[in-house]
Design a protein around this ligand. Structure first.
Ligand code: G16
Length: 523
């Protein structure tokens, strides 16, 4: 198949790059005010198509800015296995996004084709599955991405419509395993595994405390997850969801005082919830893409399987009490990575069972293929415990963190234990913590170590943080530039809430002072 460079340049010229902006791939893809993104998503479409040709498998692209405000949008790229774009390709993404015009872009694309030895001429060719969330800018941006895919010779864009990001990840993975990559199949897969786990309960008289008569109240963040949860609900006989903040008239806007990120950072009830919901029903869960989890899940289910390597992956944001609980009470191996699913996922895949959850809720449980193959061997047949494990691996999304499958997982574990959410919450007490944001002129001006626990540049900033931490009993604090928002994030922990607040405030002041703060100065 011949590459039509003239046609490619013509298509690219319809999406000129805005001048004066340096696009950066960030924690989970490009993310910016939606009005600035058309050229970037067109180019991301080209990249997803090249990746598909290079891997000889389908890839994916989602138009979403996840927890960011509704006026932002972004693009996430999905690799053939269902995970995020291989980090090795991120420099390609940056080079393409920042090419000054269609001629410069053509040169970058030629270079990538050469470097990655991408062959054309094969009739089989590539495929890119595209999806978007409910943001108003989504439709136009998806059309731009689709044109980017179609501009690459021999690659077909497939519009999957409005989906959650994890659904699209799941579908890319399914398609490449020759399974039906449909939404219906996604729901039936999850709900079937849920039913299997319900049936395999050793003691069916044990029920999740307080579930029998009441529904589980979910904050849908006025986003795509709310709609999809209601569809999943139709296949679940024994679970009743009450989804608030579905985006209905009068419920408010996407991520506006709602959603997991808001609840975690602000430690406040989402809109349309109050204290009585938490106290009375103990059933509150919050949803953006994932559900916040305490780390009990698989240990309960896999106890007794000998030398299976189970590991937990956290980031510096994990509450110190959770790490202590995992290591000292459960005796689990815990490792630390940089913020971002791409880092945690990679580390978790080193274990037979790798459990990763960021403090903001992103996460899943990964089962190594070899371990699953072992569980499926003949001499393991007939053992309910093995069937349980296999069903868990079917229910919890193996491609990426997924709130819908995470909610089902939590419900199953609570059901097995006969616990309420309150019982779960009581397994350990979080240390008081506080998060703040500071706007700076250039967030790239702060550099940290790989674990993000120390600032390496500017060095005076780390000295100032150390001095502040030394003033507070049990104090811990770190700062890092966000990879999704134009800010620096500050985290502090201490033995009381007032000292955690004071430590965070003091560190925020130093960030503002030493790292080029703009706007109102923290007190
Ligand atoms: C993305 C990533 C997460 C990360 C979050 C915040 O989430 O997928 O792994 O924790 O950004 O990153 P940062 O602190 O760099 O802004 P989402 O839900 O926004 O896609």
């Amino acid at each position: 198949m011949e590459w039509d460079w003239e046609g490619f340049r013509h298509a690219a010229a319809a999406f000129p790059k805005p001048s004066g902006i340096d696009f950066s791939y960030g924690t989970a893809g490009f993310r910016l005010d939606a009005s600035l993104l058309a050229s970037t998503v067109f180019r991301a479409g080209v990249l997803a198509a090249l990746r598909s040709l290079s891997m000889k498998s389908a890839t994916g692209l989602v138009i979403t800015a996840s927890h960011n405000p509704a006026s932002d949008n972004g693009v996430k790229l999905v690799d053939p296995g269902g995970g995020m774009l291989a980090m090795r390709w991120e420099p390609h993404a940056n080079a393409m996004a920042n090419a000054s015009d269609e001629h410069a872009l053509t040169e970058v694309v030629r270079k990538i084709i050469k470097e990655e030895s991408i062959a054309f001429g094969d009739e089989s060719c590539g495929k890119v599955l595209l999806a978007r969330d409910t943001r108003p800018s989504g439709q136009i941006l998806l059309a731009a991405a689709s044109q980017g895919v179609a501009a690459v010779a021999g690659v077909a864009p497939v519009d999957m419509g409005i989906l959650t990001t994890p659904q699209l990840h799941w579908m890319v993975c399914a398609l490449n395993k020759d399974q039906p990559a449909t939404e219906v199949n996604y729901y039936s897969h999850l709900s079937q595994a849920f039913r299997t786990l319900e049936q395999l309960r050793p003691d069916k008289s044990v029920r999740r405390s307080s579930l029998a008569s009441e529904s589980i109240i979910i904050d849908g963040a006025n986003g795509v997850g709310a709609l999809k949860l209601l569809q999943l609900q139709e296949l679940l006989e024994n679970l009743q969801f009450e989804v608030r903040n579905c985006g209905r008239a009068g419920e408010g806007g996407l991520n506006d005082g709602v959603g997991a990120d808001f609840v975690q950072k602000e430690k406040a009830f989402p809109r349309n919830f109050d204290k009585s919901d938490a106290l009375k029903k103990n059933q509150l869960q919050s949803l953006v893409e994932d559900v916040e989890e305490k780390p009990i899940i698989t240990t309960t289910l896999v106890a007794g399987y000998g030398d299976v390597r189970v590991g937990v992956v956290q980031t510096a944001y994990a509450n110190g009490a959770s790490t202590k609980y995992l290591q000292q009470e459960l005796g689990l191996e815990v490792s630390l990575t940089s913020t971002g699913v791409k880092y945690l996922h990679e580390k978790a895949s080193e274990y037979d069972i790798g459990i990763y959850f960021e403090a903001n809720g992103h996460g899943t449980i990964l089962f190594r293929e070899e371990f699953l193959a072992f569980l499926r061997t003949k001499h393991m047949w007939g053992k309910p415990s093995i069937h349980r494990l296999l069903a868990v691996s079917e229910m919890i999304n193996q491609a990426v963190g997924d709130a819908l499958s995470g909610i089902l997982m939590v419900e199953i574990v609570l059901m097995y234990l006969g616990w309420s959410i309150q019982d779960w919450n009581d397994i350990y007490a979080d240390l008081p913590s506080k998060q703040l944001k500071v706007k700076v002129a250039n967030r790239a001006a702060i550099r940290t170590t790989a674990s993000e626990t120390k600032v390496v540049y500017p060095s005076e900033l780390q000295k100032a943080i150390d001095t502040e931490v030394g003033k507070y009993d049990g104090g811990r604090s770190f700062v890092r530039p966000s990879g999704t928002e134009d800010i620096v994030r500050i985290y502090a922990e201490a033995t009381t809430q007032s000292t955690a607040d004071a430590l965070a405030q003091a560190v925020a002041f130093h960030v503002y002072r030493l790292a080029g703060g703009v706007g109102p100065q923290p007190s």
